[in-house]
Design a protein around this ligand. Sequence first.
Ligand SMILES: [Zn+2]
Length: 312
Amino acid sequence: MKKTIKKLLFLISILSIGNILNAYNKNNNLDVKKPPVEIQIDNGQSGKGEPKDDNASRRGGTETIRNSAGSITVDSSYTAKGQNYRQRFVILHYTAVNRDGSLRALTGNDVSSHYLVSDQKNDPVFYLVDENKRAWHAGVSEWKTTKNLNDSSIGIEIVNNGDVSGKFEPFKDFQIKEVAVLVRYLIDKYEIPPTNILGHSDIAPQRKPDPGPLFPWEELNKKYNIGMWYDSSSKSMYENQYASTWNTIPAATVQSEFSRFGYAINQTGIWDGQTKNVIKAFQYHFRPSKYDGKLDLETYAILKALNDKYNK
Ligand SMILES: [Zn+2]
């Protein structure tokens, strides 16, 4: 009997040491940097490094999911053709506050973005929300048939004060270069079309001005093939065509052209405030030399040229 108790005590002490060791290892693991992911595939091959598509490269084998409800074997050797990326848009913003204020706001409880481009050259680009998760940057928003773009977009905030008593603050050259690298990377990774690279003002024209008229959309398009821009020959053609009639074009026609391009606009048939806001948002993006929200020949010609190019 005594022997049995001794044995039990011995066993208990061994188990406790085991637990302590386990706990030690667990804590230790937190500080250890994991080596690059090595992917094991059941057919005996293994891949190393950083694949272009993490999800795709993990496919092709079986794994077991085990939890308190039981266990199942999951086999991913069949792949469906009917699928696309959830990340279908890139939305650009300015933060309207300084670098520290931006970081504080975007890491708090209310708003967030996937990336933050600083206005300080020594800073990295901050990656705040995993690309596979939703960030809270778009709010109530709409483009073509898509609503609530937080669900389907990657949000990039750029540190910039925006509209300071009627004058917009210019972006820094290095910020634009960083944005170009980042957006190019996202376009390539998720196969995002040029029509889905937009500003906050495009998807929420009644509420938001950012990234504003100084954001160089034309430069991004011409230098890096990012986003949309019109062909100047097409614009000239429409300027000639509407030279004498542009100011007689009915509001309903203009509203339907904006709607065809992607803006959320009510087809009221009158020159109302919401139409003015959409015209202004469009001018911020495509005709930034004048953004008074009034339709003029050049604005209309650009809109027609863009619809020809992207919405045939
Ligand atoms: Zn914004």
